[in-house]
Design a protein around this ligand. Structure first.
Ligand SMILES: C[S@@+](CC[C@H](N)C(=O)[O-])C[C@H]1O[C@@H](n2cnc3c(N)ncnc32)[C@H](O)[C@@H]1O
Length: 224
């Protein structure tokens, strides 16, 4: 791990995590038609997924994650958001990740993985287990079917659940970032979350794939 470059600070760091797979350019071109600028960049900069650039842009714009923060990252697999979070919070901070799939690469002692389905997770148990959080992230996404209404509804269920968990675990003045697919219920979701935060914004990072309906709701400063 020593001597690898830190993509945030562009310096060598002991926290930097090794890349997940050995990338074979030709293989990727054959199997992944979505290979694009951000995919290549993520590979070159040793991030676990291209989605890191969405969080990076959100974080730069809204100043979400600070040194020593305690984060909850829902839908954390394969791990790039947690990887980014760990870099930002430093040794004294901490990241808890939840997903159906375990991100095997995470070894730092300040990362904890909880294998769970957020839709059936006991929220009270979680709040006690992980304690108050300064930031809650949700990049939860359903397995898409291609049927617009089904995918949007599933995404909204995950987002609503993520918000419920955020209200239970966030400290006062904590922040929330949540992926959701644009659809009829988005306005209602924003109105609901606005009751809990001083400010809410909808933001579409430039790394979002063309044609994707995903957008991020950012809640700043939880009020209880
Ligand atoms: C877009 S990926 C997250 C990528 C991640 N932010 C990263 O940067 O590496 C969405 C994740 O949500 C997870 N997910 C979807 N439904 C879930 C559920 N009900 N409970 C827990 N995780 C879920 C999926 O397993 C998937 O890993």
């Amino acid at each position: 791990m020593f001597g690898l470059r830190d993509p945030i600070e562009n310096r060598a760091s002991i926290f930097f995590l090794p890349r997940v797979c050995i990338y074979d350019k030709d293989q990727i071109m054959k199997t992944n038609r979505w290979e694009d600028h951000y995919t290549r960049l993520a590979r070159d900069e040793d991030w676990l997924a291209r989605s890191v650039y969405k969080l990076q842009e959100i974080d730069k714009k809204f100043r979400i994650i600070k040194k020593d923060d305690r984060l909850l990252d829902m839908g954390c697999f394969p791990g790039s958001w947690s990887q980014y979070g760990l870099r930002k919070v430093g040794r004294k901070g901490e990241v808890v990740g939840i997903d159906l799939t375990r991100p095997e690469q995470f070894l730092p002692s300040n990362f904890r993985f909880i294998p769970a389905d957020v839709l059936s997770l006991d929220v009270e148990w979680l709040a006690k287990e992980i304690g108050p959080r300064g930031v809650v992230l949700s990049d939860l996404a359903p397995r898409t079917t291609g049927i617009r209404s089904v995918d949007t509804n599933r995404s909204m269920s995950l987002a609503a659940r993520a918000a419920e968990i955020a209200y239970a675990v966030l400290k006062v003045r904590g922040h929330f970032v949540c992926k959701v697919f644009e659809g009829e219920d988005l306005r209602h979701f924003r109105v609901e979350t606005s009751r809990h935060f001083k400010r809410t914004r909808l933001f579409r990072p430039t790394a979002t794939r063309k044609g994707s309906r995903e957008i991020y709701l950012v809640g700043i400063d939880l009020v209880k």
